[in-house]
Design a protein around this ligand. Structure first.
Ligand code: UN1
Length: 491
């Protein structure tokens, strides 16, 4: 069995205590590889290496930093199929989505590498003669990137790409469920020519590795994607050090279907949005709010199509829905299905763990639909699995009210043919992302990604906004008058 260490200062090492953990294929239960169980000492070494590498990386011209990233993207392109397969094996999403995960990483790394030739500041006027004013962007220093398992190549690439092109050095902690993807990604950056110490990987749990990263005073910023309670803990622990923190947390994304919608198009959107990645996306459609005038027709069609979805081994191209990512995930999702039943939601399809044949080896859950009433726990709390609540609404106003009445606000969608309704919804829906006539998933990397309310703390990833998370802005005043000029005092 292959065993991987941490990657610190350009070397693949072993943890001091020599302990390991397994990464498993959630479809087959087979162990893929062993990984070092990191701890405080490993994090300290990684931070030391990152700190030492920082001054040179900061001075390394940004376009050259971009070139290294571009090389990494081209290696990813060459290995797209193998990496896609790796994503599917380690995380469980179906193979087309495994490749999509890799494509999203390529897209973003290519996009952000161009930032090496931009990293724009501003130039502006001065209130005094013979004086010039501008802003420049500078890296923050050593930053911590803590990433989730659901997009094991794409989301780390968002964070690492933006942090590195901006001139920061990084301590990277991937989710314990997907360390193999993270290792493959780091190997690619190494091959692309990243100098030693610039990117360091420490594998292990949130408690043993995440916490020391967040608390180390030498780490100046932390970018975290994960659940809301872990996010809160990261935020409060980092606050003592007054660190920059970027959070991308939970959501409960609504999809509204108006009575003038193209129903068949909406159904396709729901199937992809709710059951793609087995519902394990921050952007997953978890509530469908249907106008009462098209409720019965839509629900009937939705049920028929959902029952026809093929759940199976995710490497088979004809499979629509793969396993959920591990036993804990399965338990949590089944618990929510139970909660839904107990609070009186009507189970319309699914609702069971799959048993028999291949499914006994892995963690499969049937695509599940509840007819629910807004306010039930299953309509408010993030489930992160293939469980959808369908809610009836009397009209546009009520649909939007229901959509907004949750603590989260990442993504939303409305299906309508009416341009006025569409534009109203764009303004009314309280989310960081809104789709019209498309499901809640599928954000493109050149636009900002992030949410409002408890989905985060205002940070945005992807797009040009990505560099905000990882740069400081410095104001510069250049006086070429040859005399002391006094702003605010001199006439
Ligand atoms: C996530 O679930 O954390 O918009 C990321 C989407 C993907 C990214 C999802 N492009 O669904």
């Amino acid at each position: 069995m292959k065993e991987y260490g941490h990657y610190i200062n350009g070397n693949w090492t072993k943890p001091e205590n020599g302990q390991t953990f397994e990464s498993k294929d959630p479809a087959t239960g087979l162990t893929l590889a062993l990984f070092s169980k990191g701890g405080k000492t490993d994090v300290a070494h990684a931070v030391e290496a990152a700190e030492e590498a920082f001054p040179r990386w900061k001075r390394y011209p940004a376009p050259k930093r971009g070139e290294i990233l571009l090389r990494a993207a081209s290696i990813m392109r060459e290995r797209k199929d193998a990496l896609g397969e790796l994503v599917t094996k380690e995380m469980g999403k179906v193979i087309a989505e495994g490749r999509g995960d890799v494509q999203e990483a390529i897209d973003f790394i290519e996009y952000i590498s161009g930032e090496g030739r931009r990293l724009f500041g501003e130039t502006t006027t001065s209130e005094l003669p013979d004086k010039f004013c501008m802003t420049i962007r500078q890296p923050i220093g050593v930053v911590g990137c803590i990433t989730p398992w659901n997009f094991p190549i794409a989301v780390p690439s968002w964070k690492l790409g933006a942090a590195l092109v901006s001139g920061n050095t990084v301590v990277f902690k991937p989710a314990t469920l997907t360390p193999l993807c993270a290792t493959a990604l780091v190997e690619i950056f190494e091959e692309a020519g990243l100098p030693k110490g610039v990117l360091n990987l420490v594998t292990g749990s949130g408690e043993e590795v995440g916490k020391p990263i967040v608390e180390d005073p030498r780490i100046k910023a932390v970018s975290f994607t994960g659940g809301v309670s872990a996010g809160r803990e990261v935020y409060s622990r980092a606050s003592g050090g007054l660190k920059r923190v970027g959070l991308e947390l939970g959501s409960k994304n609504p999809l509204i279907i108006m009575d003038d919608a193209n129903i068949d198009l909406a159904i396709e959107g729901i199937l992809f949005g709710a059951f793609g990645t087995a519902g394990q996306r921050c952007t997953a459609t978890s509530r469908v709010i249907i106008h009462e005038r098209c409720y019965d027709e839509t629900l009937g069609k939705l049920l028929e199509k959902t029952k026809a979805l093929r759940v199976g081994l995710p490497l088979e191209p004809s499979v629509d829905v793969g396993p959920v990512c591990g036993e804990d995930q399965q338990r949590k999702i089944l618990k929510y299905i139970d909660v839904g039943k107990k609070e009186g939601a009507k189970l319309l399809c699914g609702g069971q763990k799959m048993t028999g044949g291949f499914s006994d080896e892995g963690f499969f859950i049937q695509p599940t639909i509840f007819e629910a009433v807004h306010g039930m726990r299953i309509t408010r709390e993030e489930i992160f699995g293939p469980v959808l609540s369908v809610i009836r609404a009397g009209g546009y106003e009520q649909a939007v009210e229901i959509a907004n009445d949750v603590e989260y606000g990442l993504s939303s969608s409305i299906y309508t043919q009416d341009i006025t309704t569409a534009y109203r919804a764009i303004h009314d829906l309280e989310t960081g992302i809104t789709y019209v006539n498309a499901p809640t998933i599928g954000a493109e990397v050149h636009l900002p990604f992030g949410g409002v309310k408890n989905t985060g703390n205002g940070a945005r990833e992807a797009g040009t906004a990505a560099i905000e998370e990882f740069t400081e802005i410095k104001a510069v005043f250049i006086d070429y008058s040859g005399r002391l000029q006094k702003a605010q005092i001199q006439e």
